[in-house]
Design a protein around this ligand. Structure first.
Ligand code: PLP
Length: 349
């Protein structure tokens, strides 16, 4: 199986695996006073420093959570948020209002500014990069509009680290470990320096009151190791793949926008993406139809709908270890599968 679904979850990085193995089975609660507890606290702190360095954020502003979903909820549960129409469901779930995007999937900054001028909004949440299309949002412009309006800016950057450089002009940032080579079950919310804790999960004093519950030490050290190893990618694979798609009649969502170097969402006239995903699975390729959390449902993707993009799209998302020849192999498989779907495969009747 050739794995081309890194935006759903990236394979565990060997450095993350090694770091985690050291802590699996160690009875280490970082809040314990004894030597094992202190060692665990130091390991969590090193991971915090690694995540902070990767995201160019003060170390004491990194709050470990159980996921990016939880990090989003921690910040968005308070106040009235204006969110873009293409946010991940874990952000859209909290948006009191939505601002639209253009045909390339970029948020309409003019409409955002107009809405903020009318007042009644506490904050804006616009992602760094879309998980389905890879389209990068104009976060500098969004930040400037929020500054002028005097409202907070939250950016879900879950698809950023390990794909592009991330240094965001936002007050709040969300990241996810498992998108960048860390384990599932851990994420982080980057909070403004000195912001008073507003925990979603209440109880103990962990994470300076931001998130109660004993630290998942192996997961957190895995996150730290993966963050330290994460580097921006180049678009060689994606560009080679997309060049071949033209001959197959593929239409790439957000083709005119700046996008992540690892992501292609492509639609083929008259062929359902869900059918292509199943056919490609049989050919040995793991790809998805839109987001992993949305696929499996017959509903059209809200992200593509917001862009006015007709049809359903197959998402191909790769990583730094994806072999270049897998692009040709996938194009070959797509040609076979599409010929069958379009009834052109005279060879097999
Ligand atoms: N935000 C974005 C943009 C994502 O792509 C994802 C992953 O599906 C999430 C949030 C949720 O991440 P997690 O699985 O860590 O909750």
């Amino acid at each position: 199986m050739i794995y081309l679904d890194w935006n759903a979850t990236a394979p565990l990085h060997p450095a993350a695996r090694a770091a985690m193995e050291e802590w699996l089975g160690v009875p280490a609660n970082p809040h314990a006073q004894h030597a094992l507890g202190r060692a665990a606290a130091a390991a969590v702190d090193r991971a915090r420093a690694a995540v902070a360095a990767r995201l160019d954020w003060p170390r004491d502003g990194v709050v470990f959570t159980g996921s990016a979903t939880e990090a989003n909820a921690t910040v968005l549960a308070h106040g009235r948020w204006l969110v873009s129409a293409v946010e991940h469901p874990s952000v859209r779930a909290w948006g009191a209002e939505t601002v639209g995007v253009d045909a390339e999937g970029r948020v309409d900054v003019g409409a955002l500014a107009d809405r903020l001028a009318r007042g009644g909004v506490d904050g804006v949440s616009v992602m760094l990069a879309n998980n389905e299309t890879g389209v990068l949002q104009p976060v500098e412009e969004v930040a400037a509009v929020c500054r002028r309006a005097g409202v907070g800016f939250h950016c879900d950057a879950s698809q950023g680290p390990g794909r592009v450089e991330v240094a965001l002009p936002a007050a709040w940032v969300t990241v996810s470990a498992h998108k960048l080579g860390g384990p599932t079950g851990v994420g982080a919310l980057l909070v403004p320096r000195g912001a008073p804790a507003r925990p979603l999960v209440r109880g103990g004093p962990q994470e300076r009151g931001w998130r109660a519950g004993t630290h998942a030490v192996p997961a957190i050290v895995g996150f730290g190791a993966a963050a330290a190893a994460a580097r921006p990618m180049v678009s060689t694979w994606r560009d080679a793949f997309e060049a071949g798609l033209r001959a197959l009649g593929g239409r790439v969502a957000g083709a005119g926008a700046e996008r992540l170097p690892n992501t292609t969402a492509v639609a083929f006239e008259g062929v359902e993406a869900a059918d292509l995903v199943m056919a490609l699975d049989l050919e040995g390729f793991a790809v998805s139809a839109g987001a992993a959390c949305a696929s499996g449902s017959a509903e059209p993707s809200p992200v593509l709908r917001a862009m006015g993009f007709a049809g359903s799209a197959v998402r191909v998302s790769v990583g730094p270890t994806t072999p270049l020849d897998a692009a040709d192999a996938l194009l070959g498989a797509l040609a076979r599968v599409l010929a069958r779907a379009r009834g052109e495969d005279a060879g097999t009747g």
